[in-house]
Design a protein. Structure first.
Length: 112
């Protein structure tokens, strides 16, 4: 009885397929080689990084606060922001939010 999946055949070694074609056909269905899968993942990752590096958006910066004993979460910071707003002590600053070298950067619109 023959091999239904073509594993025991006397075809060329796998390395010859990897260098010539991205798809390896075996009994009417295609299998991707390890090299092809690696290259697809690498290209996808680089495309995602390029999108992240091109990110830039105009925002209004309201508040910068160091986390300390009284401020431990985003909810604590929002509470503090509400208190300051009630006292009239909040004013926005127009800034550009961008990703630069995988870091978030706020740049003043007027000084840029």
């Amino acid at each position: 009885m023959g091999d239904p999946f073509g594993r025991w055949g006397s075809g060329p070694p796998r390395s010859e397929y990897e260098d010539r074609t991205p798809l390896r056909h075996s009994n009417s269905f295609a299998r991707l080689t390890g090299k092809t899968i690696y290259n697809q993942r690498k290209d996808y990752g680089q495309a995602l990084l390029k999108l992240q590096n091109d990110f830039q958006h105009h925002v209004e910066h309201l508040l910068t606060m160091p986390l300390e004993r009284e401020l431990r979460s985003a909810e604590d910071c929002l509470g503090r922001l509400r208190e300051l707003e009630e006292q009239g002590r909040v004013w926005g600053q127009d800034v550009i939010l961008e990703v630069r070298d995988q870091e978030l950067v706020l740049s003043d619109v007027e000084s840029k």
